[in-house]
Write a protein that binds this ligand. Structure first.
Ligand SMILES: Cc1cc2nc3c(=O)[nH]c(=O)nc-3n(C[C@H](O)[C@H](O)[C@H](O)COP(=O)(O)OP(=O)(O)OC[C@H]3O[C@@H](n4cnc5c(N)ncnc54)[C@H](O)[C@@H]3O)c2cc1C
Length: 506
């Protein structure tokens, strides 16, 4: 008997969550013996993607434990797991505001993911389902009359009826021209390659100043780096500092209902200017008085000063600029979907940087470590990066900022994950784009049906091809949070199972 095969490419947080949910729903429907599931993962272990494969204790989750559950509709599963594994996880909980709100190391979260995968993989086998984990890289996919043929790095091909892209966050292909230079690192991960090759006393330049740059910094700081570390970035802005216990706040002006009202009354999408106006009104409501917006400008202020101020603000419960994006976290994707394509692009270029530093903050524990590095004169942030070149004569990288040149022997590219398909460093994504099996979305990532997570091709939802996570970033916005991706998995698995059982054609 031909078993319908579902192949999930990528065994990270999304791939694991989907695998477990598909198994559960198929088992409950007693259809699990008619379907086989394959996971293709290029790393040694599942669950250990870019974010959770790290070994550094300074790489901390930026989301509290009770939102990090990997099981659909059970966000608190990870905090429950922490309580059960109390003795084992002690040192890995770095910021314990009560176990439910704990922030743990990312490596512990990777262990949790792997454990959940192993548990349900074994259970699926025990229940008589055909499941398979292939350790290889998927490099290309070809459409067949029925289903797909997936090219593997091992030289083999895997045929499947349904394919799901869950390949995670590809690093950017910026500064490719530097990639053959001996002391250049194209990404802060895996940290082992940095630790193996950068001597402790050497100075290091880091491109970027966002969360990825903080990761590179923490890798060096965790390992007692003594040389000077310099961030070079466009705006010189570091992420703000996470409030330990944010007070709950209900937005009254910037709401989905007010944006829908604009649609209803004006018969058009809300614009980014209208949204910004509502945000300002919301912030003044939060604060209870008028805000001098000029004073909230962060560019032009030294990073160490901003950090000190942000630590104090975080310890006092945060401010409007941080707490409103946080309060909007369950609705921001829905609001994003109401914008038209041009306003999404406008948001990215005009407000994207501010959104990123306020919405995705750094943990307080790390902020205090970084403050000490500034005080010791070991860290500097230089804005207005204009150019990066390589001087062959002395084998140094030359960084130009506001017409001034600085030299670095070691350089780490921490400019963050690529948003646009053309910038993603992934052979598979490149080949899929060349074959036109995926189509770029202007605001980033690929075109998908946001209800079902089916890939959209030539204006139509593909009946047998789905995508999850970062590759859907332009349409969904919030894909850099596990809890958000896990939510999208519910719809995907429901749709896929209905396709197999024929219910979608009813
Ligand atoms: C540095 C960093 C820190 C983050 N911190 C947090 C956080 O604190 N909290 C939070 O909620 N979210 C965080 N995120 C976002 C989080 O990683 C994502 O929301 C989530 O991991 C997405 O899971 P994923 O499975 O899509 O990606 P990943 O976890 O990256 O998994 C993708 C998997 O696919 C595999 N793969 C890729 N390409 C192929 C291929 N061609 N063939 C075979 N296998 C392939 C990879 O090896 C990897 O295992 C962070 C992201 C990054 C980059």
């Amino acid at each position: 008997m031909h078993l319908t095969n579902i192949t999930i490419i990528g065994g990270g947080a999304c791939g694991i969550s989907l695998f477990i949910e598909l198994f559960l729903q198929l088992r409950i429907a007693n259809s699990h013996k008619k379907v086989s599931i394959t996971i293709i993962e290029e790393n040694e272990e599942v669950g250990k993607g870019l974010a959770f494969g790290t070994k550094q204790p300074g790489h901390i989750l930026n989301t509290q434990a009770d939102l990090m559950g990997i099981h659909f509709a059970e966000p608190a599963h990870f905090s429950e797991w922490l309580k059960k594994h109390d003795s084992r996880v002690g040192k890995e909980i770095v910021d314990n505001q009560g176990e439910d709100q704990a922030f743990t190391t990312r490596r512990l979260y990777g262990d949790y993911l792997k454990e959940q995968f192993d548990l349900y993989f074994e259970l699926a086998e025990k229940e008589g389902m055909s499941v398979d984990l292939i350790k290889a890289s998927a490099t290309d996919i070809e459409k067949q009359k029925n289903g797909y043929s997936i090219q593997l790095s091992s030289g083999q091909r895997k045929l499947c009826d349904f394919a799901v892209l869950a390949t995670g966050t590809p690093v950017a292909n910026m500064y490719e021209e530097l990639s053959d230079k001996k002391n250049y690192f194209d990404s802060p991960w895996p940290s082992s390659k940095i630790l193996d090759r950068v001597p402790r006393n050497e100075n290091v330049g880091i491109l970027g100043s966002s969360l990825s740059a903080i990761d590179a910094l923490m890798t060096l700081a965790d390992n007692d780096h003594q040389g000077k570390i310099t961030f070079y970035s466009l705006d010189g802005l570091m992420p703000r500092v996470q409030v330990e216990k944010p007070e709950s706040y209900n937005c009254q002006h910037l709401t989905v209902s007010n944006l829908h009202k604009i649609q209803r009354e004006e018969l058009r999408s809300p614009t980014i200017f209208e949204i910004f106006r509502l945000f300002k009104k919301e912030a003044e409501n939060f604060k209870g008085k008028k805000i001098n917006w000029k004073k909230t400008k962060r560019t032009g202020v030294k990073a160490d000063k901003l950090l000190k101020k942000d630590i104090a603000i975080a310890e006092q419960g945060g401010d409007a600029l941080m707490n409103i994006p946080y309060a909007l976290r369950y609705e921001s994707s829905q609001m994003w979907k109401l914008l038209d394509e041009n306003d999404k692009l406008r948001f990215k270029s005009w407000l994207g940087g501010y959104w990123a530093v306020n919405r995705h903050c750094m943990p307080l524990v790390n902020a205090k470590r970084i403050e000490k590095l500034f005080e010791a004169g070991q860290l500097e942030v230089i804005p207005k990066l204009e150019d990066v070149a390589f001087d062959e004569s002395d084998e140094r990288f030359v960084l130009t900022c506001q017409d001034k040149k600085r030299k670095e022997k070691f350089l780490i590219n921490a400019t963050g994950p690529a948003s646009a398909v053309k910038d993603m460093k992934s052979e598979l994504v490149k080949n899929l784009a060349t074959r036109k099996l995926i189509e770029p979305e202007k605001a980033g990532g690929i075109k998908i049906n946001t209800q079902t997570m089916q890939v959209i091709n030539r204006g139509k939802s593909c009946p047998d091809f789905y995508a999850l996570g970062h590759i859907t970033n332009g349409l969904l916005l919030d894909v850099n949070a596990v809890w958000f991706n896990v939510k999208t998995i519910g719809n995907l698995s429901q749709h896929l199972i209905n396709s197999i059982t024929g219910e979608n054609s009813l």
